[in-house]
Design a protein around this ligand. Structure first.
Ligand code: NAP
Length: 492
C-alpha cells in the first residue's frame, strides 16, 4: 500500500455480503478496491436470508440499520427474498427506511461485451423514483373479484427526483434530461411528473429538456438507444425501462445501481443472488464492482474510481479472462481468476475513456420549492365506490332516489373507469364495483375548515349504505379553481 493511501482518511462503509453469489462478488470487489488503495474501511453487516431465518421479519437486523445510519454508506450484494417465510423484501425495507428516493442506473456499452447494439455508443443514465408510485404497495381487495392498487405520487417526490436527474446531468456533464411519463393517460399522477419536469427545467437553461411517453421511450430505447442521455421517470416505469436498457448493453449481470437519499446511499448490483451458481466460483463480479466505482465517485475518490474502471475496461476488452456468462462457451474463467486479472490491470488505460465526473449533490428536502399550498380549496362533490350486481340503469335510478334530499346530485356512474350511466350505448363489461359521482350545485369552501360538507356526506353515505356495501369515498376537490380529479372515460 502506498504512503499516500496510508495517510489518506478512510471512509467507513457498511458491506452487506448478502446471499447466494453475494459473498463471492463482494469478496472480489473488496479485493480489487483494496489493491487499488481505495480509501474505504469496511464494516460488515448481515441482511437477507440468514436474518429472515433467525426471525427478523424485515430481513434487516437493527444492528445493520444502525451501521448504515451511522456510516451513511453501504455496498450491498444481492439479498434473497424468501418465498414461504419472512414476507418483506429486505431491499425494499432498506430503501424505505432510509428514504432512498433516487435509483440511479447507468447503462453504458462496455468494451469486449458483444451485443446486437455494440458500436452504437450507448451511454445513458436512468434515474428512477424509488419510493412512491404503485410501489408503495397500497392495495385492497374491493370486492371478492376486484383488487385495487393506489398510485400515489407527490409534488415533493416528483420534484426531488427531477432535481436529482438535473444534478446528475451537471455532475456528469450530460446534455439532455428526458422525462419519461404516461401523462396522456394518468394526467394527475404521471402528469405531475411531466409538469414538474417542465417547471424544474427552466432553472437549468444549459441542459436540454425533453419529454417522452413511456411506451414510446421503450420503443426508442430499442430503435435508437444512443440518442438518450439522462432519463428520469416514476418508479414502475423506471423498473421496467431500466431492465430493458441494461439488456441493450449485456444484461443485468453487469448492471450497477445506486440508491440515494438525503442521509444515506446504498450501492448494489442489479442482479439477484443467482443461487444456481452460488459457491461455484462462477459469478461475474462486474456489476458489484461497477457499483463500487459509483460509490468511490460518491465519496469523491474520482482518481481511484477511474483507475478501477479502466482496469475493468482493459480486462473486458482483452477478453482472455472473462467469467462464463461473458466468455465463449467453455472458455470462461472463475470469479477469482477474473478478479486477479482486474488487479493485474490496475494502472493500465483502456481505449474506452471514463466519463468526467463531479460529485452529485441532491437537493435536500428543505430546499424543495414546488410544494406550494393552494390559496383556495373547495369541495365540489364526492365519488362513492360501491358493490352491487345491479345493472347500471337500475343502479342510477336507485341512487337518484336515495340522494333526492341531499345537496349532492348524481351526475354519473362508472365501472372500472368507464362511464355507464347515464347510458352511453357502449358495451362495457360490468363488474360488481361501481363509482357513483355526486356533485354539489354550490361547492363548500374548505378554506380554514375541515368540517365543511361533512354532515351532508354522512347523510348521503348513510342513505346509500342502507342499500349497498360501499368500500370508499373520494372527495372531489377544486384547488385554486382547478379540478383535482379526472372524469371517467366516455363521460358526456
Ligand atoms: P438472478 O439472481 O439475477 O439470477 C438469474 C440468472 O442470471 C442466474 O441464474 C445466472 O444465470 C445469471 N446471473 C445473475 N447474476 C450473475 C452474475 N453476477 N454472474 C453470472 N451470472 C449471473 O435472478 P433470480 O434468479 O430471479 O433471483 C434469485 C434471488 O435473488 C431471488 O431470491 C430474488 O428475490 C433475489 N434478487 C435480489 C435482488 C437484490 O438484492 N437487489 C435483485 C434481484 C433478485 P445462469 O443460470 O445463466 O448462470
Amino acid at each position: 500500500m502506498s504512503a499516500s493511501a496510508d495517510t489518506q482518511a478512510k471512509t467507513k462503509v457498511t458491506a452487506l455480503p448478502g446471499d447466494g453469489i453475494g459473498p463471492e462478488v463482494m469478496d472480489a470487489t473488496i479485493k480489487i478496491l483494496t489493491a487499488a488503495n481505495a480509501p474505504i474501511e469496511w464494516e460488515f453487516a448481515e441482511a437477507g436470508a440468514k436474518a429472515f431465518e433467525r426471525g427478523v421479519v424485515t430481513g434487516v437486523p437493527r444492528e445493520t440499520l444502525d451501521s448504515i445510519a451511522t456510516n451513511k454508506l453501504a455496498l450491498k450484494s444481492p439479498l434473497e427474498t424468501p418465498i414461504g417465510y419472512g414476507g418483506k423484501s429486505a431491499n425494499v425495507t432498506m430503501r424505505k427506511f432510509f428514504e432512498l428516493y433516487a435509483n440511479i442506473r447507468p447503462v453504458r456499452e462496455l468494451p469486449g461485451i458483444a451485443t446486437p447494439f455494440s458500436g452504437r455508443g450507448i451511454d445513458m443514465v436512468i434515474v428512477r423514483e424509488n419510493v412512491e408510485d404503485v410501489y408503495a404497495g397500497i392495495e385492497h381487495m374491493e370486492t371478492t373479484g376486484v383488487a385495487q392498487c393506489l398510485k400515489l405520487m407527490t409534488a415533493p417526490g416528483c420534484e426531488r427526483i427531477i432535481r436529482a436527474a438535473y444534478g446528475l446531468a451537471l455532475a456528469e456533464e450530460r446534455q439532455t434530461v428526458t422525462v419519461a411519463h404516461k401523462a396522456n393517460i394518468m394526467k394527475l399522477t404521471e402528469g405531475m411528473m411531466k409538469r414538474m419536469g417542465e417547471k424544474v427545467a427552466r432553472e437549468f437553461p444549459g441542459i436540454r429538456a425533453s419529454q417522452i411517453i413511456i411506451d414510446n421511450c421503450a420503443h426508442q430505447l430499442v430503435i435508437k438507444p444512443e440518442a438518450f442521455d439522462v432519463i428520469v421517470t416514476s418508479n414502475m416505469n423506471g423498473d421496467i425501462i431500466s431492465d430493458l436498457a441494461a439488456g441493450l448493453v449485456g444484461g443485468l449481470g453487469i448492471a450497477p445501481s445506486s440508491n440515494l437519499g438525503d442521509n444515506a446511499a446504498i450501492f448494489e448490483a442489479v442482479h439477484g443472488s443467482a443461487p444456481d451458481i452460488a459457491g461455484k466460483d462462477m459469478a461475474n463480479p462486474t456489476a458489484l464492482l461497477s457499483a463500487s466505482i459509483m460509490l468511490l465517485r460518491h465519496i469523491g475518490a474520482f482518481d481511484i474510481a477511474e483507475t478501477v474502471e479502466q482496469a475493468l475496461f482493459v480486462t473486458l476488452a482483452e477478453g482472455r479472462n472473462l467469467t462464463g456468462d461473458l466468455a465463449p462457451r467453455g472458455h470462461g474463467v472463475g470469479t477469482k481468476a477474473f478478479t486477479d486479472q482486474v488487479i493485474a490491470n490496475l494502472g493500465r488505460a483502456s481505449a474506452m475513456r471514463s466519463r468526467s465526473y463531479k460529485k452529485l449533490e441532491l437537493a435536500a428536502w428543505p430546499k424543495l420549492t414546488a410544494h406550494a399550498e393552494p390559496t383556495d380549496r373547495e369541495l365540489v362533490g364526492i365519488d362513492i365506490f360501491l358493490e352491487t350486481d345491479m345493472g347500471a340503469e337500475q343502479l342510477g335510478k336507485t341512487l337518484e332516489e336515495l340522494s333526492k334530499y341531499s345537496p349532492f346530485k348524481l351526475t354519473g356512474i362508472s365501472n372500472r373507469g368507464v362511464s355507464v350511466y347515464p347510458p352511453t350505448g357502449g358495451e362495457t363489461f360490468l363488474v360488481d364495483h361501481f363509482a357513483a359521482r355526486f356533485m354539489l350545485d354550490t361547492p363548500f369552501s374548505l378554506n380554514n375548515t375541515t368540517t365543511a360538507g361533512q354532515p351532508e356526506i354522512s347523510y348521503l353515505v348513510q342513505r346509500i349504505g342502507s342499500k349497498f356495501t360501499w368500500m370508499h369515498i373520494e372527495k372531489l376537490q377544486r384547488f385554486d379553481g382547478k379540478d383535482g380529479f379526472e372524469r371517467p372515460q366516455g363521460e358526456g
